[in-house]
Ligand binder design. Sequence first.
Ligand code: EPU
Length: 433
Amino acid sequence: MSRRGDHFVVRPGGPLHGTARAGGAKNSALKLMAACLLAEGRHRLAGVPRIVDVEIMAQVLGAIGVRVERLPDAADGGPGDLVIDTPATLVPEAPYELVEKMRASVVVLGPLLTRAGRASVSLPGGDDFGSRPIDIHLHGLSMLGASFETVHGNIEGRVPGWPGGRLVGQRVVFEYPSHTATDNVLMAAALAKGTTVIENAAREPEVSDLAAFLVRMGASIRGAGTSHIEVDGVDELHPAPDAHRVVPDRVVAATLLAAVGLAGGDVVIEDARADHMDMLLRKLEEIGITVAQAPEGLRASAAGRLHSVDVATLPYPGVATDYKPFIVTMLSVADGVGIVTENLFSGRFRYVDELRRMGADIRTEGHHAVVRGVARLSGAPVRAPDLRAGASLVLAGLAADGETVVSAARHVDRGYEDLATTLRALGADVERA
Ligand code: EPU
């Protein structure tokens, strides 16, 4: 990763024109990397984005004893494949320094338990948008027979009777369709004894991608992508026969769609999949962004002022919480009043104060935001509170008079390869300083 300044400098711009790429999904790539723990040997993943979170996951795997190598960039400028070499014996520990940097590290818990009989994973930190417990993960893995205690800030998990004992398939009912808890239980169940049924499973396309990868590794899984997943445990998995390509990143695609909404223009987003963003696309139509299928992906166009809508975030296939900062930013310059309701993360409205500094008229009450569109935002120094909110402040700068400086740009690097260059290629005036 090249060294870049920690600020984005954004000046008003648009209309945007050209082609940008959604790339591989962060929230699938991280889990596919963890899944490589399940089988000894050489694994290969294609389309893994060159982002900081992937580097952190590579370090987590490194601490476990796994070698992760990035091959040179592809001929079309895309990322080179990731080659992951998993040894026969693992060090089943994910240390604090790494888990603290990235909450998603917790997805090594399931694979380590089922493959090594033991796991010590620091309690996760991560994005600063509200309390994010892992009780659903622990409940699911306990149902398969794992036992847990918290020791010095670490979750210490064990499989009773190991090495003779194994996790045992069970019916697991989630009280909420947690995305990463589904990933964890799915991976653990792949090597458990007998059949696991996950009820109220998360249905995200990234969960289906993980299941598809596991099946290519020899797992037996039915129902991924629905809320009822069945896994027949097998004794051993093997590396997939060839490189597995990561599913496209629907949140990066949404970021680019919102950029078109805010700056106007006509842009093709390569790889973007409409069938992974149904509810969002419906809302974007109402807002005034036209999205059409194109041979390479999706083509988005917008001109003139956007229209307000009401939006509530919900688990997939609802409108994802990750899209919300982009929606709130669009509504802040749209015609009318929109009410946005956050149903997943209690603290995920913190960026609203930053948008207000830019002249947005937003009132928050509990998990609702009432957004009254203003004609134009006004550039200001603001701070990225987290990954998606940081990206949305950059987009806000496209629709603001004068200069917007977004500090703490490092948050954005967690999930975007190089947002400034991507937007500049479309004609926007954005740079890193
Ligand atoms: N929850 C619990 N207990 C648990 C797990 C979750 O109470 O054990 C609660 C959470 O506190 C939250 C809700 O359930 O209120 C949703 O959490 P979920 O577990 O579904 O989220 P996640 O798996 O931790 C993933 C993505 C997030 C994305 C959410 C929602 C990854 C690595 N992260 O998180 O992505 O916002 O699903 O779709 O897959 C991002 O990319 O920036 C990001 C935060």
